[in-house]
Design a protein around this ligand. Sequence first.
Ligand code: HEM
Length: 384
Amino acid sequence: MDLVDKRDVLIGDFRPSLGFYGGVRVGVYLDTTEPKHAKIKGFAMETLKRSSKVWLQELRSNLNIFWGTIESEISKNGAASYIFPLQRCIFSFLCASLAGVDASVSPDIAENGWKTINTWLALQVIPTAKLGVVPQPLEEILLHTWPYPSLLIAGNYKKLYNFIDENAGDCLRLGQEEFGLTRDEAIQNLLFVLGFNAYGGFSVFLPSLIGRITGDNSGLQERIRTEVRRVCGSGSDLNFKTVNEMELVKSVVYETLRFSPPVPLQFARARKDFQISSHDAVFEVKKGELLCGYQPLVMRDANVFDEPEEFKPDRYVGETGSELLNYLYWSNGPQTGTPSASNKQCAAKDIVTLTASLLVADLFLRYDTITGDSGSIKAVVKAK
Ligand code: HEM
């Protein structure tokens, strides 16, 4: 981090109004040289560590509800759009695991909390996101010209704030007592990690993973099913340890992150003049310039990845395969790196890939086959 500064550049040189976070500059906008970054990152990492006790159980019980909804939709309508039911599942899972709160203690939040987060996220990212809903140059003129005011979502955001304030006491005390945050800072940062980092990240990543598997007709489903049932078959359950033994499942998860990185752009500002080299060129960077890293380009580098434009489910299997983890950058750092207070790598680098692997394994303990794409599921055949 001695070369670049990450202050306020999460989504480029535009930072959404701090009104979206009650005026607090939350952790993702802080550079590592700002003392508060270490406190807030420490809070996020300790929250994750504590949540590991209930993570698996909460994930599976919420997935159970999710798949129940999908099955009844399929039997009623012949197909199920799954994005919204999945988002409801992710929201309720994250409230329980990260914040330690059962969302159903507030029927309003259980029903509408995830919808509020969708609007809150959209208002922040639309000014810089490529949507493709209207042709250019209209998208630039109509959607990318002005920031959207936080006031548009302030009332519903306040409800989420109160929900966390009233129910997430243990987690908030951790932020206050162990990391020296005020209660307001703890709430705003917890809401950001839960709503933006975790809910936002999973809402993009999990549909692309599910779509990749359900749309496959190369025999991948059968191979995954065999692996999952071999590992979980002889009396051993699905858990963090057993999922770690599933080389193909993990490789499919890594390959999805390489092929379709959920957060494709990263930004940082040069702290000083320096040179940056690619395989065959050297570039001069001047102090103060804003650099943009484009993951889809980096992770399709033909000097590193064999047939980079191909989705290869087994790419990361075995010893040579696992060396490629040094070049898997979805988390703003290599998959072999360690998130810490002194870098800006995703605090959940490992739990994200584990969670996705658990979802895949859970799916093939439930079903023999599943058919669909990244938006809908057409059929499931229950495990015999
Ligand atoms: C699929 C899900 C996720 C994806 C794709 C993702 C991706 C990322 C990326 C790319 C960054 C770096 C942003 C930047 O500075 O440019 C980041 C940062 C971060 N992520 Fe994740 N993330 C995910 C899930 C989570 C979860 C579940 C947590 C829960 C604790 C989390 C916590 C964080 C935190 C706290 C940071 C800020 C790190 C810092 O300021 O040093 N993320 N994430």
